[in-house]
Design a binder for this molecule. Sequence first.
Ligand code: BG6
Length: 465
Amino acid sequence: MKAKKTYKPCDLIIYGALGDLSKRKLLISLYRLENANFIEPDTRIIGVDLHDIKNTGFVEIARKSLQEFLHDGIDESVWERFSARLSYLKIDLTQMDQYRQLNAVIDQKSRIMVNYFAVSPFLFKNICQGLAKSGILTENSRMVMEKPIGHDLKSSKEINDEVASVFSEKQVYRIDHYLGKETVLNLLALRFANSIFTTNWNHNTIDHIQITVAEEVGIEGRWDYFDKTGQLRDMLQNHLLQILTFIAMEPPANLEAESIHNEKIKVLKALRPITSNNVEEKTVRGQYTAGYIKGDAVPGYLEEDGANTESTTESFVALRVDIDNWRWAGVPFYLRTGKRLTGKRTEIVVYFKQLPHNIFKDSFRELPPNKLIIHLQPNEGVEIEMLNKIPGIDEHIKLKKTKLDLSFSDAFKKSRIFGGYEKLVLEAKNAWHHYKDTPKPYPAGTWGPVASVALIARDGRAWEE
Ligand code: BG6
């Protein structure tokens, strides 16, 4: 079948090709794009890493990754096309002279050069310097980087300055794969294409909003990366805040990236600061201990491979966030995310306000609030929890909680739901610092530390379970 015409052939170079991001996400997404005929026939994928392997070694590793992480199974004809694009270069990214090897391989006359930094941010500067020294970059070159871009404001500025000295802003793609997820993008449609939501989306109708990104996985052999990063920088400051801004922003004038960007920035600027004075009340940090996931015993964070047993890095965070603007005055947002929780579940729950007077006391002493539940993954869909009369000829009207349930897989049977990287590949923290509390333990396979229940219970509310 013919490839879609709009995408140009490129040389996609994955720095950190043998790392977790590459094996668990990038190679899988690229294969799925291949399967969907979204990759130009002339596109090549060049893996770069420190290990001494041959092209065939890289192909074998890619195949193993697909076997492990691609749940739909490998189609041999797609694999044949895909594997033919793969090649490998051994480069020590800290050694400036080694980048010259790229000059012999890259062809920028007929292809765009896309440099994907799938490595720790500590290496971002090295790659920029190495590429600059090799003299290979042209205006046809692009770079893709992901969070965390640095460890704090200072290191983030340093990385961005280094990148800017080598690439112009329009060549730089700072990506968050949650923004490529179908269901996250659907938040725009849900909010701005449906008048029942546009008119009710504020403090008059909404009591509070919960955003949960629960992961079943642990750190998956990424001790070195994760322990320096933690769940706040790995998940919350990027993925959860992106979801928060989509939920809280004002309607953008149009769908241009800049219009959306400007509205998101306004939300971020209106976030009430969490300082050393209120960090204890507004946040909870946790660290998993040994437990069970789907009946299988799993080690605690401090028992993971390569662990420093003194580590106080958090694998769970819960926050109460307030947005100080007209729309959201008095509406708290509760955010939580953790590794090794009960199951994988990303969802937004909008709790509407209770009605001022209850005329159905026979059914409920207090009327439960309506809830809008947006399932981002898995089981993508939208539910509205509402009350309805139980059919019958009894003297008293009896109510029951019922659900309007829209499952995306039922509604859009023929469409493929991509995981986030496909779309983006295609478009090529500081109060805790002063607050010396250590993360609270929680057994793997639970909903996080008990303190996170207390965080929301202080406001007379409970997490959606
Ligand atoms: C990544 C984090 O950005 O997102 C990982 O580095 C995390 O630690 C992953 O597991 C979760 O992504 P998804 O798409 O599986 O929800």
